[in-house]
Design a protein around this ligand. Structure first.
Ligand code: ATP
Length: 295
């Protein structure tokens, strides 16, 4: 199998219930009908990339259950290669999400099969990683697998991109291999112990960094300078998975040969369309839809 992009990351079923208010300890409240959707940061980014017409594979794991089927169908429907997705005897990862009328949510993630992604699975994909142009990693799978994937990419000359979400402490060696490290503002603050000058992210070692800034777009930080990338103005209805849409589009453009600033300019357009529609994967636009959207 040859692909341009390998994504190492999670696949989760999102189980969403709307509630008037959250239950306190020992309390039961009634909620809306359950909405079940395909999610997980790895699967989301892979779907976003496939819809932007990258040849992309997910390296991950699901369970032998209905949630696993849902994820496989959603990803293959978008065109993601699933040869590197293992079926394990653990249940498919799930995110239990409650949403209140003010739009706030709480999320409990049960990693399940995602915890089974290990160094051996990554090693087995060594040639696919070496043959790809870009490797993307995100952190809902065990850190040793992520760090090995980045090291293999680096050895092979495959560009390594890492979305540090959720935040975790990376080795200096892994950080030094990233081009770029992608974080949102909160993750950037955590990494820099609250310092406000985002250009200091490069002091942690990555070759470049991208900070996503919600409706304000993104900041591209490179050794030779910093580029502000504005987002098109849209009316957001649901920002779930916007960060994953952004990185999925970013890696697609990097694999196609764009420089980082140009890739980020396209990525904000893709993410802006995604926030105008409900859901994560279900909200992601095709390449043609982005071309015809204004902005
Ligand atoms: P999430 O956790 O919701 O997936 P995130 O916190 O990782 O997102 P954000 O910085 O909130 O990341 O958003 C990622 C990108 O999505 C932004 O850089 C921007 O391009 C786009 N985006 C997010 N919110 C909006 C919005 N309200 N309007 C337009 N674009 C948006």
């Amino acid at each position: 199998m040859t692909v341009e992009v390998v994504v190492v990351g999670s696949a989760n079923a999102d189980v969403v219930v709307r509630v008037e208010r959250r239950p306190g300890p020992g309390e039961t409240v009634l909620g809306s009908d359950t909405v079940l959707a395909a999610g997980g940061k790895g699967a989301n980014a892979a779907v976003a990339a496939a819809l932007q017409e990258a040849r992309v594979a997910l390296l991950g794991a699901v369970g032998d259950d209905q949630h696993g089927e849902l994820l496989r169908e959603s990803m293959s429907g978008a065109g993601v290669q699933l040869d590197l997705v293992r079926t394990t005897d653990r249940p498919t990862g799930a995110a239990y999400i409650t949403v209140t009328p003010d739009g706030e949510n709480t999320i409990v993630v049960s990693p399940g099969a995602n915890s089974a992604v290990d160094v051996d699975q990554v090693e087995a994909a060594k040639d696919v990683i070496a043959g790809a142009k870009v490797l993307l990693a995100s952190l809902e799978v065990p850190l040793p697998a992520i760090e090995r994937a980045v090291a293999l990419a680096n050895e092979a000359g495959t560009r390594a991109v890492l979305n540090l979400s959720p935040v975790a402490k990376l080795s200096r060696q892994t950080l030094a291999a990233l081009d770029p490290l992608v974080v949102n503002e909160h993750e950037a603050q955590w990494l820099m112990d609250g310092a406000t000058d985002l250009t200091k992210l490069l002091d942690l070692g990555p070759k470049s960094a991208v900070v996503t800034l919600g409706s304000r777009g993104a900041l591209v930080i490179e050794k030779h300078g910093t580029t502000e990338v504005e987002s098109p103005r849209v009316t957001a209805v649901d920002t779930t998975g916007a960060g994953d849409a952004f990185v999925g589009a970013l890696i697609t453009q990097l694999a196609a040969g764009d420089d980082l600033a140009a890739a980020a300019r396209r990525a904000v357009r893709v993410a802006a369309v995604s926030v105008t529609r409900p859901g994560a994967q279900a909200s992601y636009p095709t390449r043609g839809e982005v071309d015809s959207a204004r902005g």
